[in-house]
Design a protein around this ligand. Sequence first.
Ligand code: IMP
Length: 182
Amino acid sequence: MPETNVSFKLCDILLPREQIRKRVAELAGMINSEYRNERLVLVGVLKGAVIFTADLARMIEDSIDVRMDFMAVSSYGNSSSSSGAVKIIKDMDTPALNQNIILVEDIMDTGLTLSYLKDMLMARNPKSLKTCVLLEKPERKKVECAIEYRGFEIPDEFVVGYGLDYAGRWRNLSDIWRVVEG
Ligand code: IMP
């Protein structure tokens, strides 16, 4: 995460909207073939995964009985180094017991947030638990955490747009942009 005492500006587009749309459709296609005629709870992690979760949900076919739920988390400590300890600001509304759950995240950086949330939900004995992550930065990974549905691997650069923010800004952009100091 860039330091907050320097300012950042948009640099260039890393992933254009058409490429994102095509990949989200592919991920939805995989989910459609694996959960046909089943019940599924999509759990988006606020706020970064809101746009991704909404787009993905609309591409899931009608034979799947979908519930949408959300969790909000914040990491303890300073924002530039994730400690792995995650504070739950808002939990799921749906009980996880015996449900097919897909945890939907915007980005996996160190993997600490996702692995914490997975462990927490697994302890609630869901029928199944998978993760769907739009972006992964493999170079930053600190913990192993399986991702069943992955959008894109990206380099170790800070990105915004399509739900991702820098200090609350740029979530609304349709493309995913690199930011630079300036
Ligand atoms: P992790 O626990 O280190 O995997 O951190 C994941 C969280 O860090 C994400 O949910 C984002 O909130 C934030 N994050 C990491 N990299 C970026 C980025 O490039 N852009 C925006 N947010 C990021």
